[in-house]
Ligand binder design. Structure first.
Ligand code: ADE
Length: 263
């Protein structure tokens, strides 16, 4: 089994790459794909850059050229559900592209991907459970050691919650309360927003490869979001991403072979 690990920013994959047992770089286009071994599995890690086009193109290469069997996206997100706090971990059960709107064409609804005839990409239940277990295990077991007390205090993080639900992606960094309110109105079950997950999910769906998206809340998508996001990404995101993704890979590696290929 070969796992593709993606993050949109260097901070999101740096600790993961540091903990690879062995790795060799391969440049394709403007990206460096690090191929090697991690947690007993073949793995390829890459930082995709921001946005739907960058992450979709990177995913297509990860699948077609590096032949990964499961794609895992880790990174930060802005909270839409008001109960979410910085440090909380959201595991996607479904992903939607919030800026997809071809509804001016009769018969196509807002958020629907033309010709695919779907709005949401659904994540396999077993992959969701594995990611939730990995995140819970990290919060219970490794978080306090991995994130120093002064950093936790600086971001008012006590014990991160792990939630599962809908994640929306679009080519816009959301940093105003009106946009948050609009997204909540349109998508009442929405947990958080980011800029890649649903694009990666579309590529995985079309190529028949399972996906997992694990997001760490960095901000509240309000006017403070750009500042909170930058500080959080630098100081916390890579540590949580490594802690959760490593446990997720351990879970994948210990699954029976038939369910490895099915999920
Ligand atoms: N990633 C992290 N925070 C975000 C936000 N507020 N909007 C979009 N993507 C994000």
């Amino acid at each position: 089994m070969k796992i593709g690990v993606l993050g949109a920013m260097p901070e999101e994959v740096s600790d993961i790459l540091d903990s690879f047992d062995e790795k060799t770089p391969q440049n394709v286009g403007d990206r460096t794909y690090w191929e090697g071994r991690w947690r007993g599995l073949d793995a390829v890690a890459v930082f995709s850059r921001w946005g739907k086009v960058a992450s979709a193109a990177t995913t297509a290469i990860l699948i077609s050229r590096f032949e990964v069997d499961h794609v895992v996206f880790v990174g930060v997100a802005g909270a839409i559900d008001p109960l979410l706090e910085p440090g909380d971990i959201v595991v996607a059960t479904e992903l939607i592209q919030h800026d997809m709107d071809a509804s001016a064409i009769p018969g196509i609804e807002r958020f629907e991907i033309p010709l695919l005839g779907r709005k949401r990409f659904v994540v396999d239940d077993r992959a969701v459970s594995l990611a939730v277990s990995a995140a819970t295990d990290f919060v219970d077991g490794g978080f306090e050691l991995a994130v120093p007390a002064e950093v936790r205090a600086a971001f008012s993080i006590s014990r991160p919650r792990v939630v599962r639900g809908l994640i929306a992606s679009g080519d816009r960094f959301i940093a105003d309360v009106a946009s948050v309110a609009d997204l909540r109105r349109q998508l009442p079950d929405l947990q958080c927003v980011e800029m890649e997950g649903a694009a990666v999910a579309q590529v995985c769906f079309e190529l028949g490869i399972p996906i997992s998206v694990i997001r760490i809340i960095s901000d509240r998508a309000d006017h403070d979001a750009p500042i909170d996001f930058a500080r959080f990404s630098e100081q916390v995101a890579s540590v949580i991403a490594e802690g959760v993704a490593s446990r997720f890979l351990d879970g994948l590696a210990s699954r029976p072979r038939e369910s490895q290929s099915a999920a």
